[in-house]
Design a protein. Structure first.
Length: 371
């Protein structure tokens, strides 16, 4: 079956443009006045959260620091182009959408479920709230991609230095989903842009894509950049746990129907066959970047290991992610590398140390219980 490559922009680009207007909002206490980065004229923008609909002013006290900053950056655009504004109940994220409101609320529910899976995956030393970056999801249906809203968003991003002109030109002609990790920004189609389910060409699941992409943002916010198989592998944890299927791939061309399903059984069989042969080199699997984002043995075994660690030894997983991220920082001190920059030999060594005592049989037993 056909699938398309995921657009990922990882460069950290400086924001430009005019500074947002600020308004003072409070809860009735004259001694408590808080500056928020939007004007009084936007205080009545409708915000949906679950079954409730409130004004931006009414929900402002419930927003995280990252949500306040993100709202200040995007709410004026949302108001001008009449986008729906949706807040998840639990996930620290924002949704702006030119699509059916019920679809956007379903996405919010999915983000909440994906977020909850990783409650235990918290760094020992959390970042300061002042540095918080909330993931923002812009969702477009087919009609919205053909409307003035889509090119207007692209132009705004270009003005802010978030897109280069060549990308704007290409996306204007051929809209597609786009993920900018360092900007914590996802432009997401709500429909299959290339397939035709009526002809058996069914390669798209909106819920899988947004659940997976939120994990990328969550990992970046809590830890920093990690080896690709780790970032994709934990995204696959969300897909498999929530939907029992895998649909987001970083590949072009066709994938087999079976590649979307039965990952627990297929991955367990891979471990069994290798364990009885030459054995399994787990550090090598986690660092095999060529397989990242594909239904391939190194990526699938990385997923199986990461699912095991998340549910059996989250503390060990936190330590591993922290050390791998620190190693990336050493290789990318200026934060300009779009991909993982940790020394591979050092990474393999620390992975081996962190996984000491874990047997392949333990992972096999765990996968037998994963649905």
């Amino acid at each position: 079956m056909r699938t398309t490559r995921v657009w990922i922009v990882g460069l950290c680009l400086a924001l430009a443009g005019s500074a947002p207007a600020y308004a003072a909002l409070g809860d009735g206490d004259s001694d408590r006045r808080e500056l928020v980065p939007w004007s009084d004229a936007l205080a009545d923008v409708a915000v949906h959260r679950g079954s409730r609909k409130k004004t931006l002013q009414a929900v402002s006290d419930d927003l995280s620091a990252g949500q306040v900053a993100a709202m200040g950056q995007w709410v004026a655009f949302a108001e001008r182009y009449e986008l729906h504004v949706v807040l998840p109940e639990k996930a620290d994220a924002l949704i702006f959408g030119d699509a059916d409101l019920s679809d956007l609320k379903d996405v919010a529910d999915t983000l909440d479920e994906s977020w909850a899976l990783f409650d235990a995956l918290q760094p020992v030393e959390p970042r300061d709230d002042d540095d918080a970056r909330t993931p923002v999801f812009f969702l477009f249906d087919r009609e919205a991609h053909a409307s003035p809203t889509w090119p207007a968003l692209l132009e705004l991003m270009a003005t802010r230095g978030q897109l280069v002109s060549q990308a704007v030109d290409a996306l204007r002609v051929e809209p597609t989903s786009l993920t900018q990790r360092n900007e914590r920004l996802v432009l997401q189609a709500t429909y299959d842009m290339a397939g035709d389910a009526s002809k058996g060409d069914d390669e798209f699941r909106l819920e899988n894509e947004v659940a997976h992409k939120l994990v990328w943002m969550l990992l970046l916010e809590r830890f920093g950049r990690l080896p690709p198989n780790v970032e994709w592998g934990l995204g696959y944890v969300a897909e498999q746990r929530l939907f029992r299927s895998i649909f987001l791939f970083d590949t072009t061309g066709f994938v087999a129907v079976e590649d979307h399903h039965d990952w627990p059984d297929r991955t367990r069989d891979m471990f069994v066959s290798e364990r009885t042969g030459q054995g399994v080199d787990l550090p090598k699997r986690l660092l095999d970047a060529a397989a990242a984002g594909g239904p391939l043995r190194p990526q699938m075994q990385s997923w199986g290991l990461l699912d095991y660690l998340l549910h059996k030894d989250a503390e060990r997983l936190v330590a591993l992610l922290t050390e791998l991220s620190e190693l990336h920082g050493a290789g990318d001190p200026y934060g300009i590398q779009p991909r993982y920059a940790g020394d591979p030999e050092v990474a393999a060594s620390l992975i081996g140390e962190r996984l000491e005592g874990i047997s392949v049989k333990d992972i096999e037993k765990h996968l037998k219980r994963v649905k």
